[in-house]
Design a protein around this ligand. Structure first.
Ligand code: FMN
Length: 373
């Protein structure tokens, strides 16, 4: 169908379910076990309501904000997803870079360690020099590989490192497991060694990728990474207040509240619930100024983004929606999805009676039902 006949993020998902290969759909859409957390990530947003203000001049509305010291046009970003070539075989992550830089707004792209284009290719695919890219780091058991990656990331001008910590082993993703992993049909991972290519006959792409990740990672490794780079370091995959406080203590620049889109521990709580619990505590301790809090998982509407921002998130990440848009329409799909979400955010900000991101506050929310799971 023509791209302009799609009107929301769910339309991309439905189309992807119809046209992607079984392997791509299985890997992209799957989540852990019974997928309870996957559903809850989005469902939790449905238990928060707004308290809009009236009779405010909302003619001019500004979506720009700052993340990790960089000015951003939009308060959301593309979160890291492995293997973008499964759905967009020729262009993969490069088309995400292009779509992010097209049109009125630049969007930030977080690039996965398990990307299927080389980091250099993805950086060179940017279409204007105001675009920001971040790097998502899986720490390899061989720390030399990790050190080289970090050096490469700095040289190529990426703006931050997000260390993923919620995947000491990969969750049980049964949709993906049902499809036998065929190395010859799977795009190369270009940033790392090629050990997954030797993995014959494993069940699913996830299982094959898991060889990259060091399960012995601890807080000390993150402290080491922080020492090794001048770039901001953010811990991705934090799931409770105690760990946010610990992250602040070791001096990282931020955390992403995330359960990996429900792909890891099933029955992890929705990140929006963790955010609602943690922010008042961080504010009370004055740590909200020291540490930026990001969130991802289940974000599918402009109103989801607004709720997270009201609760104090600095930025909101989306994974699958961009994979689907990129798989169905390449860079144009990525750009369209970005515009759709920007439009939804802008329109709903007006209806809420707010004209800039920094004015979004918990006072605009009714949280009474959040815990009524
Ligand atoms: N997170 C990482 O930190 N590194 C990855 O390589 C990575 N690959 C992913 C691959 C797929 C197919 C999906 C769906 C998610 C992946 N994630 C990865 C998690 C995303 O960064 C993000 O946390 C999650 O997708 C957010 O949930 P959403 O898909 O509901 O937006």
């Amino acid at each position: 169908p023509p791209l302009d006949s799609l009107i929301n993020l769910y339309d991309f998902e439905y189309l992807a379910s119809q046209i992607l290969t079984k392997q791509a759909w299985g890997y992209y859409s799957s989540a852990a076990d019974d997928e309870v957390t996957y559903r809850e990530n989005h469902a939790a947003y449905h238990r928060i309501f707004f308290k809009p203000r009236i009779l405010i001049n909302v003619k001019e509305c500004d979506l720009s904000t700052t993340m990790l010291g960089t000015k951003m046009d939009l308060p959301f970003y593309v979160s890291a997803t492995a293997l973008c070539k499964l759905g967009n075989p020729s262009e993969g992550e490069k088309d995400i870079a292009r779509g992010c830089g097209m049109g009125e707004f630049n969007l930030t792209q977080m690039i996965s360690t398990l990307a299927s284009c080389s980091l250099k290719e993805i950086v060179e695919a940017k279409v204007n020099d105001k675009q920001t890219q971040w790097f998502q780091l899986y720490v390899n058991a061989d720390r030399k590989i990790t050190d080289n990656l970090i050096k490469n990331v700095e040289e190529l001008g990426l703006k931050a490192i997000f260390v993923t910590v919620d995947a000491p082993s990969l969750g049980r993703r049964e949709k993906d497991m049902k499809i036998k992993f065929d190395p010859s049909k799977t795009p190369e991972i270009t940033n790392e060694d090629k050990s997954h290519k030797k993995q014959q006959n494993t069940r699913g792409a996830s299982k094959a990728l898991s060889t990259f990740i060091d399960p012995s990672l601890t807080w000390n490794d993150v402290i080491d990474i922080k020492k090794k780079t001048k770039l901001p370091v953010v811990i991705k995959g934090v799931q409770c207040t105690a760990d946010i406080l610990k992250a602040a203590e070791i001096g990282v620049d931020g955390v992403v509240l995330s359960n990996h889109g429900g792909r890891q521990l099933d029955f992890s709580r929705a990140p929006i619930e963790v955010l609602a619990e943690a922010m008042p505590i961080l504010k009370e301790k004055g740590l909200d100024k020291k540490l930026e809090v990001y969130i991802d998982g289940g974000v599918r509407r402009g109103t989801d983004v607004l709720k997270a921002l009201c609760l104090g998130a600095k930025g909101v990440g989306l994974g699958r929606p961009f994979l689907y848009a990129n798989s169905c329409y390449g860079k144009d799909g990525v750009n369209r999805l970005k515009e759709m979400l920007a439009d939804e955010i802008e329109m709903n900000m007006r209806l809420l009676g707010v004209t800039k991101i920094s004015d979004l506050k918990p006072e605009y929310l009714d949280m009474i039902s959040l815990h009524a799971r």
